[in-house]
Design a protein around this ligand. Structure first.
Ligand code: SF4
Length: 375
């Protein structure tokens, strides 16, 4: 198991209580973005392209606590921007720990060694370190030579001090599955608790057939990576979400499962799209036209999407919705090798030259995607 039993129990009892209350839309993870500033300029991220007056703004600790209390999700993920650049990030974390929230502080780790003294190890705090693959691939993805070495050194320091540490990896078309598998081996040898994984978000204005191929390519890539697993690999994700990525399951998107709060308010409908903002979480749930989103909606912005922030909550919901979903989760947890000779052949296929990291929406779209490809 890659997460503490207390965390699993908290999540399970929370989901069951939502089911007993017959709530159809409930949040599982709050994506709390306290700022958009970052000390990297990754090719796959457009948040730092906000104007300077937006980049200077940040949520206060009190604004963060209000959002967390309003939302009620048991897990709070803190992406950004780079949260360690927030001058009061320690106060934010302390306030969330006091509320017994399980926190995933998502960081590129460039500042982690410098700031680690601000934090105390606790089961409630996990550093989720952004690493997009082996050294050469990660440095290319974050446009920073030496970024991998700095992050790995910070992971070692955090582990030495007793912190929970996971990795957070976003994969795109053209990723080399052999290299990704070798990266998993490296991370397990490093001693991280588990690995988080998601395909990047690729908005594409292409016709439907290409949209289909987009999802088909994603499934093919994840089938190659996640079949015939090294039993040592541990993932900090629902096993059914991994099966979804491999093409073994179909799920509709659950955009309210991981709602986003930032300096603009509650973002409609999800972490990736910006179709306006709500002032309160209740307003977000009540006033968003949810039927306009997800693959089945026909919305072209959702056509290729299989990201963690849209679909992991669907997988978790499946686990708790039926005996079949629960038994499938138990089976996937106990026997997770996924032997597949066909997938072994995929590993030997020649890889695309170059790395198409970014697919950015056109400015003429009525809504304004964040140009954000990380999930
Ligand atoms: S399918 Fe993706 S882009 Fe569309 S609402 Fe769901 S998470 Fe957002």
């Amino acid at each position: 198991m890659s997460v503490p039993v207390s965390q699993m129990w908290t999540v399970a009892s929370y989901v069951l209580s939502q089911k007993l209350a017959r709530r159809k839309q409930y949040p599982l993870v709050l994506m709390l973005e306290p700022l958009f500033r970052c000390n990297l300029a990754c090719a796959g991220c457009g948040k730092i392209q906000y104007p300077a007056h937006i980049l200077k703004r940040q949520l206060t600790p009190e604004e963060c606590f209000k959002a967390v209390d309003e939302c009620g999700a048991p897990i709070v993920s803190i992406p950004g921007g780079e949260p360690l650049m927030h001058p009061e990030i320690d106060k934010i974390v302390d306030g969330l720990v006091a509320r017994k929230k399980y926190i995933y502080l998502c960081t590129n780790a460039l500042l982690l060694k410098e700031k680690i003294g601000l934090f105390k190890p606790t089961k409630y705090l996990t550093f989720s370190v952004h690493l997009d693959g082996q050294e050469e691939h990660h440095d290319l993805a974050v446009c920073r030579e030496g970024g991998y070495d700095i992050a790995v050194e910070a992971v070692r320091e955090a582990l030495k001090r007793g912190f929970r540490v996971t990795t957070n990896t976003t994969l795109f078309d053209g990723a080399d599955p052999k290299s990704v598998r070798a990266f998993f081996d490296e991370m397990m040898a490093l001693g991280v608790e588990g690995m988080m994984l998601s395909p990047g978000y690729s908005y594409d204005k292409a016709p439907d057939q290409q949209h289909f191929l987009g999802r088909a390519r994603t499934r093919r890539l994840f089938r190659a990576i996640l079949s015939n697993r090294n039993p040592e690999w541990r993932f900090n994700l629902s096993p059914l979400f991994l099966e979804f990525l491999m093409g073994k399951r179909h799920y509709p998107c659950t955009p309210w499962g991981m709602p986003t709060y930032n300096i603009f308010g509650w973002q409609k409908p999800c972490y990736l799209l910006q179709d306006g903002y709500a002032d309160t979480f209740a307003e977000l749930l009540a006033e968003t036209e949810w039927s306009n989103y997800g693959t089945e909606s026909g919305n072209p912005k959702c056509a290729n999407c299989m990201v963690h922030s849209g679909y992991e909550a669907s997988a978790v919901n499946d686990t708790f919705s039926s005996i079949g979903g629960f038994l499938a989760t138990v089976k996937a947890t106990l026997s997770s090798r996924y032997a597949d000779p066909g997938a072994l052949k995929l590993l030997d296929e020649p890889q695309a030259i170059g790395q198409p990291l970014v697919q950015i929406a056109g400015a003429e779209e009525s809504s304004q995607p964040l140009q954000e490809t990380r999930a």
